[in-house]
Design a protein around this ligand. Sequence first.
Ligand code: NAP
Length: 333
Amino acid sequence: MSKKFKAIVIDNQNEKFTREIKELSIDALKDGNVLVKIDYSGLNYKDALILNNGGRIVKKYPFVPGIDFSGTVEESKDDKFKKGDRIILTGFRVGEVYFGGFAGYAKVNSSFLVKAPKELTNLQTMMMGTAGFTALLCSFAIKAREELLMGEKVKDVLVTGATGGVGSIAVMVLSKMGYDVHAVTGKKDKHDYLKDLGAKNIIDRKEFQGESKLLEKGIWDGVVDTVGGESLTKILAQTKPGGIVAACGNAGGIKLNTSVMPFIIRGVKLWGIDSSAASMKRREFAWNEAKNLVDFNKLKNLTKEHSLEDLIKIYPKMLKGEVFGRVVVNPNK
Ligand SMILES: NC(=O)c1ccc[n+]([C@@H]2O[C@H](COP(=O)([O-])OP(=O)(O)OC[C@H]3O[C@@H](n4cnc5c(N)ncnc54)[C@H](OP(=O)(O)O)[C@@H]3O)[C@@H](O)[C@H]2O)c1
């Protein structure tokens, strides 16, 4: 008899959107050549959109969401993976097109999987999850100013949405890289939290709202922007000559109203980050750097572990910008 496991199943029958915890059997997992027993998944902004109403991302129902997970290989049809291997999965449209991580098991293509570094536990890799992986990619994009582009040394780096998953880990990683991190937040009661992660200075989110000049005083050598919208317009106008803006998110809006001035007068670089489609080489590089750049004791303090049942109650808070730190999901809880 096929093994049973718990999963969040979203459905959209007759235009009525539902999300429920159901018991599924392994036979329900149709895609992929590696069966993984999931230990942990994470709640990301995209997951919250999908749990809310499919987020115009999920097209086929019923569906199991969850864009990332860590776990242990149970069966593999690819020699690169064997039973017992610990793996990480982020992106590749898992949890969007293929059944995802809010479940006890998942079956995925072996080319999507990274072997977990031996220094990190499966809980630690999902304490980071897609958010942490993205924060690393953004931080290395900024470091490229002094390395790849052989430009001036990076000093002042701005992080927007700083108390969020990507933002919190970016603050930690960039300060570990030796930069002065300026954290932008809308949460007045989280200034100490951000300072503890390594932020040197805290800026109110309101400072980045409203009209922006074509060029303002250049302040930032680098920016990790998780917010987009009008704050990104202002950020581009405030970036120093040769500065790099790593844009990964849209928590504040998808529209970008800017001019060519920051690009042609200051050589500002707008560097888009898409963690979902990152190459395997970059994935392995970033995950192996995590042990050097992330303080896992601190990360543990800003992570809360929840069951699938809890997740259904929590995700709306993320859409309202009320979540801070990381939410790890234990499907076996
Ligand atoms: N490109 C990629 O590969 C990739 C990967 C992961 C995530 N993302 C995107 O990155 C963004 C952040 O993801 P996350 O997982 O860190 O989400 P999150 O934990 O919900 O964090 C988002 C943070 O943005 C701030 N925020 C929320 N609403 C805002 C608004 N209306 N205006 C300005 N700031 C607002 C809040 O921080 P404060 O209260 O501190 O301001 C919030 O905590 C999302 O848009 C997500 O889709 C992209």
